[in-house]
Design a protein around this ligand. Sequence first.
Ligand code: UGA
Ligand code: MN
Length: 316
Amino acid sequence: MKGNYINLSTHSGINGASGNGNGNGKMSLGKSIKMYLTIFIATTCIYMVLYQYHISREPFAAAEVVKPPLYIITPTYRRPEQLAELTRLGYTLKHVVNLLWLVIEDANKTNPLVAHTLDRIGVPYEYMVAPMPEKYKQTKRAKPRGVSNRNRGLEYLRHNATEGVLYFADDDNTYDISIFEQMRYITKVAMWPVGLVTKTGVSSPIIQGGKLVGFYDGWIGGRRYPVDMAGFAVSVKFLKERPKAQMPFKPGYEEDGFLRSLAPLDNKEIELLADECRDILTWHTQTKKNAPAQALNRTRYKNTNLEYIDKLLVRP
Ligand code: UGA
Ligand code: MN
């Protein structure tokens, strides 16, 4: 062991004595400094190269963060449940990046209470109005609900959007946020199952051997696309290549009419989301209708908080 130690020290640059044979102390110190300097410079160089590499990769990382935009078109209308529905949907959308929420009310003018609710939620939004034409409002038969609103949304996109994806999200449904990340990258039209639709409990494309072979829904009604509004999304570019595409004022045939207006569209081109339609990520939830609130006794409750709450309620 001792011999080894001596041997090592004699070859050591730090001692340096055996290197030049005369054992000059100054020279050995100079050599040591030189060696330390070399190590220091080499290490610094390696760090600099690694840092440059790291910096050069950053723009790629930033590009990945900017995802294609999502345009969510939500028809809404005044009723006791309205603010509650928008609140629930809004906080779902708040989990989704690069999204613009197009909230379009079936009304002649905007409602400050709706605007206030949207502000409070904090999702980027545009709040517009598009009333149902009078002739449909008056009818005793089924009304084309939300059609004016959705067509207004499409018009907005034709003027203001160039890329990304549009989706019709009714204010009363339930949405798993993963469907938004899946629809973001579609190139034409995508479809997937919607739960709680008709007696079948689900409305879904039928997939066999990875191919769309039909549609499963409790009511087919001669539709080419018997799907629910919550079960498809469309690329903005694809929509804009079809300048006439819009939704018809035809109760029960809104989805079918709109999808037909996107022709040419081959079934083979329809992208299948939600694990190739083996999963349910959206539901046609329906909210119990609530009666309008009874009138407040203004004399009895004068100068109380109830005067404020009263302004938030919907009257008959
Ligand atoms: C179902 C479908 O999910 C709708 O997409 C379709 O428009 C509708 O049927 C139809 O065929 O008429 P459903 O749950 O029965 O929807 O209808 P609602 O939820 O009452 O209305 C659909 C959307 O339109 C909602 O976002 C709602 O806020 C809005 N709406 C409803 C209006 O803007 N105005 C109305 O008078 C009623
Ligand atoms: Mn509904």
